[in-house]
Design a protein around this ligand. Structure first.
Ligand SMILES: Cc1cc2nc3c(=O)[nH]c(=O)nc-3n(C[C@H](O)[C@H](O)[C@H](O)COP(=O)(O)OP(=O)(O)OC[C@H]3O[C@@H](n4cnc5c(N)ncnc54)[C@H](O)[C@@H]3O)c2cc1C
Ligand SMILES: NC(=O)c1ccc[n+]([C@@H]2O[C@H](COP(=O)([O-])OP(=O)(O)OC[C@H]3O[C@@H](n4cnc5c(N)ncnc54)[C@H](O)[C@@H]3O)[C@@H](O)[C@H]2O)c1
Length: 473
């Protein structure tokens, strides 16, 4: 007889979502967490990084104010105040993810490391829990690459960066993906020297047309970008730490941050004992997020490696996964994961948002029926009024005008991502015909969508028809 209906390993965004749904539907749930409730997003990820960015953006706004005729002087950064804001944001959200709240839902929250000891049993805190179904939501951690010398120098990851008591004098960041870039801009705007060392090019996954404005903004913020740079080794330096490049270059700083990607937390899970197949990218699942080898087990969040799609490390993907698991595991309905309309936003200034695939990804998948529509933000009245005209909206549609992907760059464009996520697969006429409030940045997308129909609307047959219609009474 199983002890619990659902056993969940990990109380991050994914595990908490599955736990709340399962308990809400009356199932007996055990939730295992060895670290902080709320996982990465709350404690070491989205929340502190966005809070730090908010502080950096506030400083940048103060520096920008003279262009409006407003002179507040150069901002003074009080690092203790910045830290208080970051940790205040975590504390304000923490009750939502707390053990007390989840115990209040009737969930057995066990603060211990959990591991499979059989295909239908988990051990944690010295107790064995036989389960009907299990969900592995153990997340991912920062990759520590095999760079010579790294073991001998102090370095930061997302788990230690936000706990740093002192303001870094010169933050050297290895990796120019979303973590590296968000943290580079936040620290630069808060008065730190920042260098980013990127092996390929910054924001390499993003639409190249969107990366240009971001690169220009980072350089304007004073971030030293070293793209196409190969790290040969790291070593101690009188400044703190130095990164030596393969071309002989040397970048010395006070602090080193690693932001070179994520690896699934597969350690300590006893996946072999559970008969749960996994690979270097995570737990192998089908598109219903069910383990390919143990049909009692599902995976959710960063640790899931669904066949053909691969892992995606976003908090909103965790809730998408929870919905898929609820459908398949609890309701026994067909469930199939798709990232066709998945949004993602890098919260730099300007923000970069991608909804669905990029043009390059669609072309690589063999799509040759694409219509590309662009609208520069320089022609948007609201952004002109606010002095933030850099950026663009780029829409990729099929021949019939159905939206396949959208790429945005500009101030605050992340707030528009939801609208495009709803638009994926729909005709652009929905957006072109929508009545949007004036003046808003969203109008740029409506104008881009409208361009799909303009040539048809102004065609000779339509003009002829209008010519005849004018004679009607
Ligand atoms: C700096 C940074 C910024 C980010 N910003 C954003 C953002 O703005 N927007 C966004 O959508 N995403 C963002 N992300 C990604 C987002 O944080 C992750 O996708 C999300 O937190 C993953 O949630 P999860 O539940 O899969 O894993 P986690 O949050 O890592 O939770 C897994 C939990 O499992 C526990 N655990 C692991 N093994 C065991 C075990 N054996 N027994 C018991 N417990 C165990 C861990 O302690 C952990 O608490 C960011 C990430 C980082 C690092
Ligand atoms: N705003 C958001 O939604 C947000 C923010 C932060 C993180 N995240 C999630 O976390 C994930 C991880 O972010 P990340 O930035 O750590 O990883 P990433 O994989 O997105 O980027 C890592 C970068 O490091 C570079 N790199 C790797 N090894 C290197 C080396 N030895 N020297 C120099 N450069 C090297 C890569 O070329 C790549 O550009 C993201 O993919 C995303 O899913 C999301």
């Amino acid at each position: 007889m199983p002890d619990v209906d659902v056993a969940i390993i990990g109380a991050g965004a994914a595990g908490l979502s599955v736990a709340a749904i399962s308990a809400g539907l009356g199932l007996k749930v055990a939730l295992f967490e060895r670290g902080e409730m709320g996982g990465d997003c709350l404690n070491y990820g989205c929340v502190p990084s966005k809070a730090l960015l908010a502080a950096g953006h506030a400083a940048a706004e103060a520096r920008r104010a003279p262009r409006f005729g407003v002179h507040a002087g150069d901002p003074r950064i009080d690092w203790a105040g910045v830290r208080a804001h970051v940790h205040g944001a975590i504390s304000a959200i923490a009750p939502n993810d707390s053990a007390e709240r989840f115990r209040g839902m009737g969930i057995d929250v066990v603060r211990a490391t959990a591991r499979f000891v059989a295909r239908d049993a988990i051990e944690a805190g010295g107790r064995r829990y036989a389960f009907r179904r299990a969900v592995v939501a153990a997340g991912s951690a920062a990759v520590v690459p095999p760079i010579p010398g790294l073991a001998e120098v102090p370095f930061l990851t997302n788990e230690t960066l936000f706990g740093l008591p002192e303001k870094p004098g010169h933050l050297v960041i290895i990796g120019g993906g979303p973590i590296g870039l968000e943290m580079a801009q936040a620290h630069a705007r808060l008065g730190c020297r920042v260098s980013v060392i990127e092996a390929v090019s910054i924001a390499a996954r993003e639409e190249p047309e969107c990366v240009g404005p971001l690169r220009a903004a980072l350089v304007a913020d004073g971030v030293a970008l070293h793209e196409g740079a190969r790290v040969a080794r790291v070593e101690g330096d009188q400044a703190g730490v130095a990164v030596v490049l393969a071309d002989g270059g040397r970048i010395a700083g006070t602090h080193l941050l690693l932001a070179v990607g994520r690896a699934p937390r597969l350690d300590a899970l006893g996946l072999e004992a559970g008969g749960v197949a996994f690979g270097p990218r995570g737990i192998s699942t089908d598109l219903a997020l069910r383990s390919t080898t143990n049909r009692r087990v599902w995976a959710a969040g960063d640790i899931a490696d669904p066949v053909g799609l691969g892992p995606r490390a976003f908090t909103h993907v965790c809730s998408q996964h929870a919905g898929i698991i609820a459908r398949g595991m609890i309701f026994r309905l067909p469930a199939k994961l798709s990232y066709d309309a998945l949004p993602r936003v890098t919260y730099t200034d300007p923000e970069v948002a991608q909804i669905g695939p990029t043009e390059a990804e669609l072309r690589a998948a063999g799509r040759d029926d694409l219509t590309i529509l662009r609208w520069p933000l320089a022609e948007n009245d609201r952004l002109i009024a606010e002095g933030r005209t850099e950026g663009l909206v780029k829409l990729v549609a099929d021949r019939k005008g159905r939206l396949l992907g959208a790429s945005l760059v500009g101030a605050g464009v992340g707030n528009m991502a939801g609208m495009y996520a709803l638009m994926i697969g729909r005709k652009l006429s929905t957006l072109a015909g929508a009545v949007l409030p004036y003046p808003t940045a969203q109008e740029a997308g409506k104008r881009a969508a409208g361009d799909f129909y303009t040539p048809k609307l102004l065609s000779a047959p339509v003009k002829r028809a209008v010519g005849l219609l004018k004679y009607l009474p």
